[in-house]
Write a protein that binds this ligand. Structure first.
Ligand code: FES
Ligand SMILES: [Fe+2]
Length: 466
């Protein structure tokens, strides 16, 4: 055991400083009461096991994931607001599988295997609006949006076809937080079991009361886990996002892991508005100035100069409460500084990262975009709280970008962060393919990268399913 490790004689968090405390110490000094659900820590010892690099690269391993994860697990297909009217439908594709999600009645959704039951053509090629039925592009077999076969030419020639047995093949569907989840395994337990107490964590933070300000879907030239793992730790800020160190205390991040029956999720809380202890010449006022610049960039109507009374987390949080109240009409007066500023990101197995708080109201989803371990989709939503009165604005349309495209030109300053993250991904994939073999595989920090270790333990469990 190394000296550095002996100093922290368990798997718990590292140590903050007076200028740059850990999140749990900041939470104690918050100007309001921080919700208990955020302050309660849960960091079990997950050991120091490793995985073979082939788990990112092998087609055989990928096929196991398809059979045991993507065909067997609850997963986010889209937001409800993406199909707001009856007949609106969304084609959800994952790992070479295709599903058709449709609003079949005002308050009812259905999801089907997107496969024509005549000779197997993909039934619907792309998402669309206001369909009364779905007609296959090959021989015109047609199904109503409720899945019933309504027309097949030359009926006389199909004595074996009993139309009532030719409903589109349904998969499980349910919603939470404004997201539509599907599960191709019709014998699976309900979504509620899969979410477990995650719903309690978000009880006071309803994601269904939000609308999509922007949604970007980027194709990544790397395995979906490589992409996901870039967002499961803040340890990489030091090298990947050096500009953020002046105002984001990555070292003070709290990491929590939850396993409850069928529900498996994790969380990180990264303090914002104080400098990292790794920042050169970090200062409290410098951190606040940086946060101010970022928040102002989101609100072009505000003066860019930092008002003299805004000097710390408490005062910038108070300013933000007032600004948000103006924008949405909602009351933010009891929300803690942590909820107004910090990055509180959850991860629900296998691929869904909803965020809590106004710090960064994002959501991520990662998935293989084809029957290949080498390519994936990274979806990012910016979800803004809907005004308390009146109809929420329409969801912004998804912007799809390719592996060489950048976020910054389309979403502004925050895009730089994603661009920096994305730069690493193809190179990690390359490294996994050419891993020198000894030691046995990539290694992870015991605390700061515990959520990645957790992901791989969950995957290993899923792959052992009969
Ligand atoms: S394959 Fe769809 S109608 Fe023939
Ligand atoms: Fe990052």
């Amino acid at each position: 055991m190394s000296k550095a490790h002996e100093k922290f004689n368990d798997y718990q968090r590292g140590i903050g400083t007076e200028l740059s405390p850990n999140w749990r110490d900041l939470a104690k000094a918050d100007s309001k009461l921080v919700p208990e659900v955020l302050t309660r820590e849960s960091s079990p010892n997950l050991g120091t096991g490793k995985i073979p690099p082939q788990n990112y690269t092998s087609y055989q391993y990928h096929r196991q994931e398809v059979e045991k994860v993507w065909k067997r697990t609850w997963q986010v297909a889209c937001r409800e607001e993406e199909i707001p009217n009856v007949g609106d439908h969304f084609v959800y594709e994952v790992a070479g599988l295709s599903f058709l999600v449709v609003r079949s009645a005002e308050k009812q959704f259905k999801a089907y295997w997107n496969v024509c039951l005549h000779r197997g053509r993909r039934l619907v090629d792309k998402s669309g609006c206001d369909a009364k039925s779905f007609r296959c592009g090959y021989h015109a077999w047609t199904w109503n949006i409720d899945g019933k076969l309504s027309y097949y030419p030359g009926e006389w020639d199909f004595p074996d076809v009993e139309p009532e047995k030719y409903n589109l093949r349904e998969v499980l569907i349910d919603t939470w937080g404004g997201f539509i989840f599907i599960n191709p395994d019709i014998k699976a337990g309900p979504l509620a079991n899969h979410l477990g107490s995650l719903t309690k964590h978000f009880e006071n933070w309803p994601l269904d009361k939000r609308f999509t300000l922007w949604h970007v879907q980027k194709t990544i030239n790397a395995n979906w886990k490589v992409a996901l793992e870039a967002f499961l730790e803040s340890y990489h800020l030091l090298q990947t996002h050096p500009q953020a160190l002046s105002s984001v205390a990555e070292h003070g991040t709290q990491y929590d892991i939850y396993d409850e029956g069928e529900a498996h999720f994790s969380r990180s809380i990264t303090p914002t508005g104080i400098p990292s202890k790794h920042a050169k010449n970090g200062s409290q006022i410098g951190a606040i100035a940086d946060v101010w610049a970022l928040l102002n960039a989101l609100r072009a109507d505000q003066a860019v100069e930092l008002p003299p009374e805004i000097t710390d987390r408490a005062s910038i949080s108070e300013w933000r409460r007032n600004v948000m109240k103006e924008m949405t009409g909602a009351d933010y007066s009891t929300l803690s500084d942590a909820e107004m500023l910090d990055s509180v990101q959850y991860f629900l197995f296998p691929n869904f990262c909803p965020w809590y708080g106004e710090g960064l109201p994002l959501t991520y989803v990662f998935r293989p975009n084809a029957d290949s371990p080498e390519t994936s989709y990274f979806d990012v939503w910016m979800l803004i709280r809907s005004p308390d009165n009146g109809t929420p604005p329409l969801a912004a349309k998804t912007m799809k970008i390719g592996p060489d495209d950048h976020f910054e030109p389309i979403i502004g300053a925050m895009g730089l962060i994603f661009d920096q993250d994305d730069m690493n991904m193809p190179f990690v994939q390359m490294g996994m393919k050419t891993w020198p073999g000894d030691p046995v595989g990539p290694t992870w920090g015991r605390y700061q990268e515990s959520r990645i270790r957790h992901l791989h333990q969950l995957l290993a469990l899923a792959l052992k399913r009969p």
